[in-house]
Design a protein around this ligand. Structure first.
Ligand SMILES: [Zn+2]
Length: 373
């Protein structure tokens, strides 16, 4: 992408609509109240408008965002008529980092409003991590055997490893990783965090589920890929009343045949429901001839409350694709990547602003379309 995109969608009116929404205008008002110096500067509404436009039009840099808005009168009008300078945009992002609590509150208002518009939002969630290669150069030395690189280094970025999945090649990458919980029914992100690439995904399951709940959602199930298949992850989900939906890795216990339904001389036992309070699933002898003919199996990694043998598990696991789809959209259509900032605080702000723009658009669309019968 060498030239700024021509505004897509109904562009300017959409941007103005977002700025006027109660969720975003609340942020503008709160930021306005933090102006401690008498320096006039650009109106906060114009600055927030620039930040939204950057994601809306998937523009990687402020320079191009300023160019785009300057070239399109309707866009400039939408943010109030005056186009801020590139330098003002940088200054504004510094301010947003300082007032990240206000930005968090704004995001929470948007997710809460989405929850009111979409009653099923957050009932089933999918959780995963995605790579964000650093803007900085990952080479530690300027040349082979040369001096250590200083100017282009990003002290917060680190080396991470990704496994080969389908057509994607595995290997190391340098930078960051976004961990996110998305709604498996709508693909909308509900909670996320930017971390360094070396961060291990399993450490973010509990915090992301807690953050999702803190935003007012009550996930009943949580779908994760094989990389999360370890005992503590199942406990983290169950402790938060979400049924873990995770495929099994071929561990020793699995190879020894300890997973799956109980069996008897009459064959494989049938699933007869789960009791989450009891923390166990019930299984029955296929012919009912055994005494007792049914028994409870305590929930664990090998015997989750939603058994892997059931159609429900398979359906919920298909929902896991939502998180990958959403990462793809955020990267390709909303410019989540490639990164053009260094340092974890800037990377986090970039992710927050990108996802805020995405969610705000989803909200304005949900409001435009009355609830389907
Ligand atoms: Zn039997």
């Amino acid at each position: 992408m060498d030239v700024p995109k021509v505004p897509r969608r109904s562009a300017a009116s959409e941007l103005a609509g977002l700025l006027d929404s109660p969720e975003i205008s609340g942020l503008i008002t709160e930021l306005d109240e933090t102006r401690w110096t008498g320096r006039p500067g650009y109106p906060i509404r114009a600055m927030v408008g620039m930040a939204l436009a950057k994601s809306l039009y998937a523009i990687p840099t402020w320079t191009r965002t300023v160019a785009l808005v300057s070239e399109h009168a309707a866009l400039a009008d939408a943010i109030g008529g005056t186009v801020p300078s590139v330098y003002a945009c940088y200054r504004f992002t510094a301010k947003l980092r300082r007032y990240s609590d206000l930005l968090d509150a704004c995001i929470a208002r948007v997710t809460a409003s989405l929850g009111r518009e979409l009653p099923e939002l957050g009932r089933d969630v999918a959780l995963d991590a995605s790579d964000l290669p650093a803007y900085a150069n990952g080479q530690r030395f300027v040349s082979k055997g040369g001096r250590e690189r200083e100017r282009f280094s990003d002290p917060d970025a680190s080396w991470g490893h990704r496994s080969a999945v389908s057509t994607r090649k595995g290997g190391g990458f340098y930078g960051y990783r976004v961990h996110a919980a998305v709604c498996a029914r709508t693909d909308l992100p509900l909670a996320w965090t930017g971390e360094t690439a070396g961060s291990h995904e399993s450490n973010y399951v509990a915090p992301l589920l807690d953050a999702t709940k803190a935003r007012g959602f009550a996930p009943e199930t949580c779908a994760l890929d094989k990389g999360y298949d370890s005992g503590p992850i199942y406990d983290a989900c169950e402790d938060r009343d979400a049924r873990p939906i995770i495929p099994l890795r071929e561990t020793a216990a699995v190879k020894a045949g300890k997973a799956g339904p109980p069996t008897c001389g009459h064959g494989e036992w049938r699933f007869a429901g789960s009791d989450s309070k009891r923390g166990a699933s019930k299984w029955r002898c296929p012919t009912g001839e055994c005494k007792p003919a049914s028994r409870w199996v305590k929930a664990d990694r090998l015997h989750p409350l939603v058994p892997r043998e059931t159609p429900r598990w398979r359906k919920l696991y298909r929902g896991r694709a939502s998180v990958e789809r959403e990462f793809g959209r955020l990267k390709n259509e909303w410019a989540l990547s490639p990164l053009r900032v260094r340092g974890i605080e800037r990377v986090r702000l970039h992710a927050d602003l990108t996802i805020l723009a995405k969610l705000s658009c989803a909200l304005s669309r949900a409001r435009a379309i009355p609830l389907a019968a």
